[in-house]
Write a protein that binds this ligand. Sequence first.
Ligand SMILES: [Cu+2]
Length: 157
Amino acid sequence: MKLIPPIRSLARACCLVCLLVPATVAAQQKVEVTNAWARATVPGQKVGGVYMDVRSPASARLVAASSPAAATAEIHHMRLENGVMKMSAVAGVDLPPGQTVKLAPGGYHVMLIDLKKPLATGDAVPVILTIEDDKKTRQTLEIKAEVRDVMGGKPAH
Ligand SMILES: [Cu+2]
């Protein structure tokens, strides 16, 4: 009789491992970032927007960003409110499983604040994204955003 509890707990531990394995595998599946770009800035401009398409295989959330090109980076959302475009910092962007979430002008973006130098067309700006899964496990992902000149409506070259 004395053997039963340990065996039972062993079985339980085993079950727990079995349950945990698929979750771990899912967490390790790569979050894909494509079409990452940043808007070119003019000298003296201290902030710059970074845009991209993000696709996570499992339910996750983009919770933070940073970049060596700027003192800080925030996740922002732009929306039209009473005819005025308003920009505000948000805690994160939900990444529903298998869906491509677009960070694009007029919506979500990563805002680089206190740029160390202007973002010049053709540069590649490193941006480190922090992605959190449903279990609150965080992973970082470094991307390179290609700087594009979209201010004048046509490419610089
Ligand atoms: Cu912004």
